[in-house]
Design a protein around this ligand. Structure first.
Ligand code: GTB
Length: 217
């Protein structure tokens, strides 16, 4: 069975690769694994059929014969474990790649998401102007550490891995914030990820969903 993933019928980012189905699409493209996409509306995500797949009523989900998964990190790891190219074959290299996957999702993503949620939802609050610099500082602290570790290296460990895939998708969420520009090696790192043919195929597929849904003219 060709795996089926779920994605937004209408993504708030207009298909610019920021919703979390992007990381699953990218992993599947890196793996050379064909997949189908079921588009879901915000209403459908909260209905029983989707809640049976995803307890929190979100995207992405992943279905293949005999298996249904939720959580983008778990799905990417599942894909990485079944196809060559996303985690190294040797046990130590694999463990390090998984550590970077967790670092992307547990250490770097939270302050970035907290900042973006404030920008989206709290802009009109009286304390917003005071809170934003504090959120920026938390993001910058993580980026400084990540930037120091990456240095001049191409990828976080020996070669491109699922850790880089997740880290690049996490960092992209800062686009337009003006923060990334202070970390030229991270900008170059993101650009290297975005230049991968598999990334481009995944991005184009996500963008095509929005283009197909957008009213003509
Ligand atoms: N931890 C889960 C995972 O990694 O899979 C988080 C899943 C999640 O947050 N899904 C979001 C969702 O379904 C979509 S990706 N939200 C609907 C809901 O909770 O009701 C988050 C997202 C959405 C849109 C943008 N954007 O447009 O820029 C960026 C990120």
């Amino acid at each position: 069975m060709t795996p089926i993933i779920t994605a937004f019928e209408r993504s708030p980012d207009r298909g610019r690769g920021l919703a979390r189905d992007m990381r699953v699409r990218w992993a599947l493209e890196e793996a050379g694994q064909a997949y189908d996409v079921r588009l879901v509306s915000f209403e459908a995500m909260k209905e029983p059929a989707h809640l049976a797949l995803h307890p929190f009523g979100q995207i992405p989900t992943y279905e293949e014969a005999g298996l249904a998964l939720f959580e983008s990190g778990a799905i990417v790891l599942h894909v990485a474990e079944r196809h060559p190219g996303l985690v190294p074959a040797d046990a130590n290299g694999r463990a390090r790649a998984i550590a970077w996957m967790f670092a992307a999702l547990n250490t770097v993503e939270p302050p970035i998401v907290e900042r973006s949620m404030a920008v989206i939802l709290e802009r009109d609050e009286p304390w917003y102007e005071e809170r934003l610099p504090m959120l920026d500082d938390r993001v910058r602290a993580r980026l400084s550490e990540l930037s120091s570790r990456l240095g001049d290296a191409e990828w976080l460990d020996d070669g491109f891995s699922a850790g880089d895939l997740l880290m690049v998708t996490v960092l992209r969420r800062l686009g337009g914030s003006g923060i990334l520009e202070d970390y030229p090696n991270l900008c170059a790192y993101i650009a290297r990820g975005e230049a991968r043919p598999a990334y481009k195929r995944a991005f184009d597929a996500q963008l095509a969903v929005f283009a197909a849904a957008a009213p003509a003219g």
